[in-house]
Design a binder for this molecule. Sequence first.
Ligand code: NAG
Length: 440
Amino acid sequence: MPGVKATALSAAILVSAARAEPLKVGGIDLDTPPSHCAPLRDAEVPKAATLGFVSGAMTASAVYWIHREQRRRRQPGKATHPREWAIWTRLDRKKKGYVTRKDLKSLCYRFESDEHAEHLAKQLDPWGMDHINFSSFINNFKVVQMMRQAGRLKLWHRCCGLGVAGNVAGHMAQAGEAGQESHSATKPAAIFSYYMPPHPYQVSDQQADKKRLQEFPVTYAVIDYPKLPGACKVQVEPELGLLVDIVYTKDRKRVDHLVPRRVAAFNDCSIRSLEGAEKLSMKKNWGFGSKGISLRSFPVDGFGPGTFVDFLALVSYMKRDGEVFQYSVKAPVRNYLLFHEPLLEWIVEQINGQKDTDKWEEIFPQLAASDFPTSSWIALGAGEYTDYGATHFLQPLDEVVVVVYDERVMPDGPGMAQVLEMFEDTPAPAGSVMLHQTFV
Ligand SMILES: *[C@@H]1O[C@H](CO)[C@@H](O)[C@H](O)[C@H]1NC(C)=O
C-alpha cells in the first residue's frame, strides 16, 4: 500500500532525526535538517484506505485491515529501526527472530574484538536465557555500537584515510568535479584526505574539540544520510581500497614510499552538491557513517603488472523498494587511469607536494599534525556508473552492495542470484569481498 510505505518512511526519518545529536563539524551545524534537499520521497495519499470507506459493506473490513496494519507497523523492523536492523540481519542470518550468545561471540570475532564478547553477552542476555530478540537488541544498541566502533578504531590505529580523485577515465566528468583540462588527462586530478586520526599521545582538553577530518567516518553496515544543510545528491563511489604502510624518510620531512598490504571493497560515498563546500574533502567526510569498507580483504604482496591485483574487478548494486539495480559497470581495476607502481609513486609525490589550491589541500602537514600515521586505507578511484547509477541518487532506506572480485574465479562477475544473497548478508562467494550498507 503506497500510504503505508510513506508513513513508515517518515517514521524512520523521525526516529533518525530524534537520535541526531547537535554536532558541529568544521563550522557547519549538523543538526539543521537539509533545507531544500530533504531526502523525502513524495508523500503519497493513502487512496486505498479512503476507497475502503466508500462502500458501507467494506467499511468493517477496511477498519480491521488498518488496525492490523498499524499493529504490524509498530513491530520493530527495518522501517522503524533501519540502523539496528542493518546489523541485526547480519547476526540473525537464518532469520529465526532471535540470536544466541554464540552468534554475538561470532560477531565480535568477525570484528577482531573478542575481548568485548562476554560483556556484550551479559548486557544483552542478563538472565542467561541464550535467546536474544530484536527488541532487547534495540534496547541495548548503544553497547553494540560501542563494541563495533572500538573494534574498528583498533584496526584503524595510526591509520589515516586518503583518496584519489579522478582515477577512472570519464568518472570525474560524470561526478561533476572535472575541470576543463581533464578531458585528455593522463593522471588523476589530485588526492584528498577523508580521515586523519587525532594525535595519539597528546593528552589535552583540545582532544574534545575534534577537527572535521578527525571524525572517524568508516562503517560497515550503515551509511548516515548527511544532515548537513544544503547537502544533496549522495552517490556511492564503488572503489578498490588499498591498505598501505607509510614509510617516512629518516628526517620525517617527507614520505619515502608506500608498501601495499591489502585490498578491500570500499564505498567512497560522496555528496555531489553541498552548499559552501570549498574543499572536496568536505563532501567526503560528514562524520560517523560516511564511508564504508568490507570486513574481509585480500592480502597483496605486490602492486606490479601481472600480480594478483591485475585480476580484480569492481561492481556495485543498489536496492530500492525491494528491487535491485546495477549501479556501476563492471570495471577491471587494471583499467584505472593510473595503476601499479606508477600510481603509488604519484600518490607519494602528491602527499609530499600537493598545494592548497582550488578544492585541494596540502596533505603532508596533515600527516605531521596527526603524528605521522603508519598506514593508510587509500580509496583508489571509482568505477564508472551505469545509466541508472548516474541518474539515481541515494535516499534513506536504500541499500548498496560493492563487490571486488577475482576475474579468474568469477569471469563475468557475480550473478544476480549471488547479488541477491549479498543483500541478505550471506558471506561473499569465494574469490570476492563485499560490502553491504543501508542508508539511514
Ligand atoms: C524479548 O525478550 C525480552 C527479554 O527476554 C522479553 O521481555 C520480551 O517479551 C521479548 N519480546 C518479544 C517480542 O518476544
